[in-house]
Ligand binder design. Sequence first.
Ligand SMILES: NC(=O)c1ccc[n+]([C@@H]2O[C@H](COP(=O)([O-])OP(=O)(O)OC[C@H]3O[C@@H](n4cnc5c(N)ncnc54)[C@H](O)[C@@H]3O)[C@@H](O)[C@H]2O)c1
Length: 279
Amino acid sequence: MVTQRVLITGGAGQVATLLRPRLVRPGRVLRLLDVRPPAEHPPTGGTAAPAEEIVSGSVTDLDAMVEACRDVDAIVHLGGQSREAGVEEVLRLNAYGTYCVLEAARRAGVRRVVLASSNHAAGFQGRDLAPDGDLPAAVPARPDTLYGWSKVAVEAAGQLYADRFGLDVICLRIGLWFPTPPGLRGLAMWLSPDDGARLVEACLATTGRGFRMVWGISRNTRRWWSLAEGEEIGYFPRDDAEEYAAQLVAEHGEPDFVGDPVLNRVGGQWCDVPLGESY
Ligand SMILES: NC(=O)c1ccc[n+]([C@@H]2O[C@H](COP(=O)([O-])OP(=O)(O)OC[C@H]3O[C@@H](n4cnc5c(N)ncnc54)[C@H](O)[C@@H]3O)[C@@H](O)[C@H]2O)c1
């Protein structure tokens, strides 16, 4: 018997592929929506294959999104442009796409939506705001790219639908959600695959209502972003990028997350990439 159906947009993407085997629960169905087919059998790490429904469609197609929301309990919205790109593309896929997701949720009666925002929505914020190493998750937006700007629009749309229609919307300001920390910045900002799944489970289970903003990071020894907002919704990360520190430091040298003018910004090197260009 289906007890919970979760719609995952961007279901073929990197993060969704990490999530799929980790979100397996009795009675839960994952409905994966993407413009391209997801990998047939993501590594399951020994767990049973998840119950899944595959939907081919675009987050920018409102009618298709309303249909995809049928009998859905919650949405995890990951689909869209995940890197810097031209202005029309990031606004169409991320800003307009998120509008379609939220509007479809409202029309279909889906009460809970988890939105993939990004650290790049606040990329120009700096370590100076967090001398104690706990930059609040809701630090004001300060995008570092057009992509980051589109994620500010994602967050604002989430706030709008929470205020207007009472949806429960949790915005994840994701750090670096990868199998292992990709480079020195990852020592502070990595979100491990298992912690990523813990974070999504907390978003699905919390009894907290309304709009929330949470950093998507692990319990990294060198973190300087707050875990408090995550703890409020029941997210208690267990992994630590420090496990990879020896290897990363041997390759790239010792990082300085206080004095280094690149590493002490939320968005790191993204603050310097050419605007609007794919790279
Ligand atoms: N991976 C990270 O470290 C990280 C960091 C910050 C934010 N994020 C955000 O998390 C989300 C997932 O990231 P990812 O690394 O899996 O990215 P990804 O690029 O691997 O996956 C995005 C998926 O969205 C799909 N997509 C593109 N256009 C679409 C459309 N019109 N309709 C439906 N699907 C469409 C793509 O086909 C792709 O499968 C993205 O929103 C990204 O911006 C990720």
